[in-house]
Design a protein around this ligand. Sequence first.
Ligand code: GDP
Ligand code: MG
Length: 436
Amino acid sequence: LTQRLEQIFTNLRRRGKLTEQDVDAVMREVRLALLEADVHYSVVKDFVSRVRERAVGAEVSRALNPAQQVIKIVHEELIKTLGEPQWLNLTGPKPRALMLVGLQGSGKTTAAAKLARLLRSQGERVLLVAADPYRPAAVKQLQTLGEKVGVPVYYEEKVAPPLLCAKAYEHAQKGGYSVIIMDTAGRSQLDDALMAELKAITDKVSPADILLVVDSMIGQEALHVAQGFRQAVNLTGLIMTKMDGDSRGGAAISIRSVTGVPIKFLGTGEGIDALEVYDPSRLASRILGMGDVIGLIEKAQQAYDEKTAREQAEKMMSGRFTLEDFANQLRQVKKLGPLAQILEMLPGQLGQAAKMVDPKDAERQLKMTEAIINSMTREERLNPDILNASRRRRIARGSGTDVQDVNRLIKQFREAQKLFKTFQKTGGRGLPNLFG
Ligand code: GDP
Ligand code: MG
C-alpha cells in the first residue's frame, strides 16, 4: 500500500489547493486500507465522505505535496473519530468495581490479570473475582495469573456469579481493597442467558466500569458483538485484544463510531504486561497501516517549520525583517490555535500580563493586522518605504480598516525593526521585549 501511495505522491507534485482529483486518488487507497483493517463498510463510507468534504479545496502546506496533505487530514480525522483517551472511572467510593464482559476466548481473563497488574503498580489494592464458574479451568487460569501478578483471587464454589460478585465486593470492602476486577463468563456467541446473568451482576454490584473485551481477529463481526452487549449492559469502555496478530484493529473505529463506547486499552500479547493504554494517534496510524507515511509527513512538516523559523530568526537578527515575515509569523501563530489559549500558555509574568489582555481584543487586533498586511502588495511588504498616503488609503480600504490603523501598524513594525537592529549591534545583549 505504501508503495502505491508513493506512486501517487510522485505523480502529484504541485502546490495550491487540493483538487477533487488529488483527494479522490488518495481516498481510494484510504478506503481500501480501512476495509483491509476491518473497519465496517458503512463506517468507512461515512468517514470517506466526511474527509473528502474537508479536504477538497484545503490549502496544501508548503512542507507537503497534495497527497501527503490528504493523508494528514485523513489521519487527523481518524484520530478525532477514535476519540479522546478516557481513564478508568476510579474516583468515588471504594472499592471500585470493574467488570469485564465479552465472548468466550476474547481475552477477558488475560485482560483481568493485565489490568490487575497495571492498577497494582499504580498503588491500588486490587482483588480479582473469578465469576466464570462454568469452566473449572477458567477459575484455575485466573488463580494462576493472579499469583503471577501478585493479586489475590476471590472465588467460592457452587455460588452463582451475581451472588459471588456481591460477596466478593463485601469481602473487598472489609479487607480495604480499592478495586475489584470481575472476570465474567463468556459464550461462543451472543446469548440471552449470558446477558441475563451479566445484568444480574450489575444489579448486585454497580460497576464503575463495564469493559467490553473484543478479539480484534474477529474482524467485521466485532461491531455486531459490541451492539449485542451494549443492549444488555451499560458499556463504559472497550479493550481490543490480540492486536499483536495480523489484525490492524479497525473494528475499534466501528465500535467507537457506532456505539460511542470509548476505547480504553489494547491487548498486545499473551504476557501479563502486554497491555497498552489507548493512544489515538498510534491507533490511527496502525489502522491506516501507513505508519511510515505518517512518520514522513510529520518529519517533513517539522523540518519545514524549523527551517522557516530559523530563516526568520536570521532575518530578524540582520534587521532584514520585513512585513512579509511579519505576516508569516502571524500565520504561524494562528496555526497554533485560538490566541486566548496561546496567551495562557506563556510562562511566568508574561502569562500573567497576558491574562489581563482581553483575548477577544487581542484576537481582533491580530485579525486586523493580518487583513492590513494581506491588502499590501508583495513589493510593499518587502519595502514599506514606498507606502505613501495614497497607498495607505488603498490598503485601509482593501482591509476594511482606517488609515490610522494602517499607520499604527507601520509604526509598530518600524519600532520592531529598530529593536532588531539594536539587538544585532549589541551582539545579542539586551534582547528586546518582543511581547511588550
Ligand atoms: P476469555 O475466554 O475471554 O477469558 O479469554 P482468555 O483470557 O482465556 O484468552 C483466550 C486466549 O487468548 C488465551 O490463549 C490467551 O493467552 C490469548 N490472548 C488473550 N489476550 C491476548 C492478546 O492480547 N494477544 C494474544 N496474542 N493472545 C491473547
Ligand atoms: Mg476467561
